[in-house]
Design a protein around this ligand. Structure first.
Ligand SMILES: [Zn+2]
Length: 498
């Protein structure tokens, strides 16, 4: 009996030891999640701001910790200052001519950003406002070698224009989209200083981490990127504190007229902010249903809030991380909500260069919206595809009538001849590309490709070959030909009526 006890103890000791070793191995081999990796490798922004509702001015102090993750040494750090695109003396118009009246219902109005001081590691520096249209802030620094960091602190005021646009104020709300100086993306060891364009969404930025504190008039209701961690009353109004991790931008929409409806989906709170919507429950339902549909088919949403905001916007909608604008009085309001919701996955979690390859997120968000509308019984897929096929073939017919060598290839947004051509090539033809993939792969395989692409490129800026490669991994090599023919403008749809 004694011997057996000793033996049992010995065996138990060995089992314990083995378990411990196995546990250690398990921890050692445990890779951090993609979200964790993105948080760890992201730059950090701290913004302390306030809004003066009488003069429509945002005042802010912003600190950015920038780490050089390239192979080059830098002697300056560059930021996009899109707020300067609203200047009176801007070379480029903020919207194409046909949207001018919609954007400025109360007449032209201007905005800009002015800096008080810019400091690097605590020392004031002689910053430069540069770029084709004064929309780049260049901050001279010491030589920053690979893996080294600098801390840049800036104080500034943003004068908002009275405009129905991403950044500005209207009779119903204040829009803070693309408002703060945001780091130019480092690509091929250099800062990508692409200017503002008035076609498409001319923005591309890596994911970063944000701590934002903003003081607002106490009658304001506010929606934003990230999670609110604190709200406190003071003499100047209410101060809200937000945290956002691994997001590629930070936007806020606020209004004294906002009402709010909310619903939980899993661990995420879905909010709907509105001021004129006659059927807000229906709008919230569309946000919730489309969100659930994309979670189920594409993959889990990694953030804990998602807010849809009714806004006076001169286009149908605009996507930001965790928050979207939908144009009040939009004819296809439900469709716009679903489209902007799809962007949370493609643009938000999986980024792409929206200047060079706008079709990647716009075409996909549009097609996924059609699939959601079909599933929910709101509009059959075939109807949307037929309409887009007719639009596209008519467009090609008309062009062929007037020109030889009609360009039908995907191009950067600045290379399209008009806003109309951008819409046809990006949304209409883009959605037809994804429909061709859907038809040739069948629904189950198509969704597998989408989920695989989502898992592969999370928190990155995906290139076209990242997307086509993911489709080829699941759907076979021949799928890549579909991407190539559409990209080059040799797709069969456009040639049907040639
Ligand atoms: Zn879109």
């Amino acid at each position: 009996m004694k011997k057996l006890e000793f033996f049992t103890k010995k065996v138990l000791c060995w089992v314990c030891l083995l378990c411990l070793v196995a546990l250690l191995f398990a921890f050692a081999g445990c890779k951090p999640s993609k979200m964790q990796q993105a948080v760890e490798s992201g730059n950090h922004y701290t913004i302390v701001a306030s809004y003066d509702n009488t003069h429509h001015i945002v005042s802010a102090t912003q600190t950015v910790t920038f780490t050089n993750r390239s192979e080059n040494a830098f002697e300056c750090v560059k930021f996009h200052i899109y707020a300067n695109a609203y200047r009176e003396d801007a070379v480029g118009a903020i919207v194409p001519a046909k949207y001018h009246a919609l954007a400025y219902p109360n007449g032209e109005s201007y905005g800009q950003i002015d800096f008080d001081t810019v400091k690097v590691d605590g020392t004031p520096v002689a910053y430069v406002i540069e770029g084709q249209d004064m929309d780049i802030l260049s901050v001279p620094t010491k030589e920053i070698f690979p893996d080294e960091s600098v801390e840049i602190e800036m104080t500034y005021q943003i004068q908002l224009a009275n405009i129905h646009h991403r950044l500005g104020y209207t009779a119903n709300a204040v829009h803070l989209g693309n408002w703060f100086p945001i780091l130019c993306r480092v690509r091929n060891n250099t800062f990508d200083c692409t200017p503002y364009y008035n076609v498409g969404d001319p923005f591309v930025s890596d994911v970063a981490n944000f701590d934002v504190k903003i003081t607002l008039p106490s009658n304001f209701v506010v929606a934003s990127t990230g999670t609110m961690t604190e709200a406190s009353n003071g003499e100047a109004g209410i101060t809200y504190c937000y945290e956002a991790q691994a997001v590629r931008d930070f936007a806020l929409m606020m209004s004294p007229h906002y009402q709010k409806l909310s619903q939980m989906v899993g661990d995420t709170t879905i909010n709907y902010y509105y001021f004129a919507d006659k059927n807000p429950q229906q709008s919230l339902l569309t946000a919730v249903e489309s969100f659930e549909y994309f979670c189920k088919n594409v993959g889990a949403y990694p953030y804990d809030t998602y807010s849809v905001c009714e806004t006076d916007f001169c286009y149908g909608g605009m996507e930001y991380p965790n928050i979207v604008m939908v144009a009040s009085k939009s004819q296809a309001y439900d469709q716009a909500i679903a489209h902007e919701t799809a962007h949370q996955w493609f643009y938000g979690v999986v980024g792409n260069d929206q200047i060079a390859n706008a079709w990647m997120d716009e075409g996909l968000a549009e097609f996924l919206t059609y699939l959601y509308l079909d599933e929910s019984g709101k509009m059959p897929l075939a109807k949307n595809i037929l309409a887009n096929t007719k639009t596209y073939t008519t467009y090609v017919d008309v062009l062929n009538h007037f020109y030889t060598d009609v360009e039908r290839n995907f191009r950067p947004i600045c290379d399209y001849k008009s806003d109309g051509e951008y819409v046809i090539m990006t949304y209409v033809k883009g959605s037809l590309l994804f429909n061709t993939l859907y038809e040739s792969l069948g629904a189950p395989k198509f969704w597998k490709c989408i989920a695989h692409y989502y898992q592969t490129a999370q928190f990155q800026i995906a290139e076209p070959n990242t997307m086509s490669g993911c489709f080829a991994n699941i759907g076979g090599k021949q799928v890549e030909n579909i991407f190539t023919t559409f990209a080059e403008g040799k797709e069969i749809i456009g040639e049907m009526k040639d």
